[in-house]
Design a protein around this ligand. Structure first.
Ligand SMILES: NC(=O)c1ccc[n+]([C@@H]2O[C@H](COP(=O)([O-])OP(=O)(O)OC[C@H]3O[C@@H](n4cnc5c(N)ncnc54)[C@H](O)[C@@H]3O)[C@@H](O)[C@H]2O)c1
Length: 340
């Protein structure tokens, strides 16, 4: 399968490397608007400059391709993805689906109207620690999930679009964690309430810290606390998670998964405590492919044999919907009933 990659800057490297390592997918060409990035990447990957175009419209007229990988910043996702789908080319797009809800809905509409696949790269679902947690939750050994706590603290100085956009943490980063909530819980939120703020030392224009409470249809309540301008010990990109379950607790801490099982209750009347067994480290789940490699293979299978991927835009709009419901709650100070 031949692909055109649009955007070959920062995250573009991960996709160039994934395609170069793949035995199923190869490059037809590239699209990039920045001369400096073209110069740098053509040299780094030994790309013939005649295969790099300044617009996707130009590229599709001049070269044959079977699909497009969209690695542009969120504000360009709609134009690039819709142009590709109008040309009949399936799209594998970086998250977030789009930078605004109306752009995201336009992408879903275009995919429905043209019947062309649009899939979002929620690569966090396909990390080993995440899959390990999912195996434990799905085994049923801990019963129902009642509550989840998620903590995410980092202090990256990215420069670029993230430091200019509104709500950079929630729109550009927490989309991964919100998507993981849907993945872990097999459920969608019914309502959200949140507060965001920008600490005095923040180097972002938009709010870089937030606290959100989400109630899911299966009854689980999630408490999410995060910051992208933390100046101390960091959590992993996957965040730290604690699942309070009927028959025990699952914890993802520093990318290690631990489980505790309820063993009964001890003590005398008036002061009784739940007893659990030793906190046990869960062996990592073995994966043949991870992250970008997993998604690229899933995309290849979808394009070549019609097998539906998990993170189509039609599904992913439900994850992005959480982002914009949360933003609405920040703006109004109200609980927001889920809309998507
Ligand atoms: N999944 C992940 O873990 C992850 C990690 C980082 C970034 N991302 C996502 O990847 C996307 C890109 O982020 P980035 O960090 O690579 O940004 P970036 O700014 O480093 O790179 C984007 C590139 O796209 C180019 N570009 C912009 N508009 C274009 C257009 N219309 N046509 C062609 N090229 C265009 C820019 O010149 C730049 O080279 C974003 O949606 C971001 O959220 C995902």
């Amino acid at each position: 399968m031949k692909v055109i990659q649009v955007g070959i800057g920062g995250m573009g490297n991960a996709w160039i490397n994934a395609v170069l390592k793949s035995s199923e997918v190869e490059f037809a060409g590239f699209v990039e608007v920045s001369e400096a990035i073209i110069e740098e990447q053509a040299g780094r990957y030994n790309i013939d400059r005649s295969r790099i175009f300044k617009s996707l419209g130009d590229a599709v007229k001049k070269i044959h391709a079977d699909a497009v990988i969209n690695v542009t910043p969120p504000q360009f996702h709609k134009d690039v993805s819709c142009l590709a789908m109008d040309a009949g080319l399936p799209v594998l797009s970086e998250k977030p689906l789009a930078g605004t809800l109306s752009d995201a809905l336009a992408i879903v509409h275009k995919s429905d109207e043209t019947g062309v696949l649009h899939m979002v790269t929620q690569n966090y679902r396909y990390h080993v620690p995440i899959q390990t947690v999912k195996q434990v939750l799905d085994s049923g050994e801990l019963g129902k999930i009642g509550a989840v706590t998620v903590e995410f603290f980092k202090g990256p100085h990215f420069g670029g679009f993230r430091e200019e956009m509104p709500y950079p943490l929630i729109i550009d980063m927490s989309i991964h964690h919100f998507d993981l909530m849907r993945f872990f819980l097999d459920s969608n939120p019914v309502s959200v309430y949140g507060r965001s703020w920008n600490p005095p030392w923040s180097w972002y224009k938009g709010d870089a810290s937030a606290s959100v409470s989400l109630k899911f249809a299966n009854g689980a309540v999630v408490a999410y606390n995060g910051s992208w301008c933390s100046n101390g010990q960091e959590t992993p990109w996957n965040a730290n998670w604690r699942f309070e379950c009927e028959k025990g607790v699952v914890t993802l801490k520093d990318d290690q998964v631990y489980v505790e099982h309820l063993m009964g209750v001890e003590g005398s009347e008036g002061f009784r405590n739940s007893l659990h067994d030793e906190v046990a480290l869960v062996p990592p789940f073995a994966m043949e492919r991870e992250a970008q490699a997993y998604l690229l293979h899933e995309f290849y299978e979808a394009v070549t044999s019609g097998k539906a991927p998990a993170t189509t835009c039609q599904d992913n709009i439900k994850s992005l919907g959480i982002v914009f419901d949360v933003v609405q709650s920040f703006a109004t100070g109200e609980v927001v009933q889920s809309t998507v």
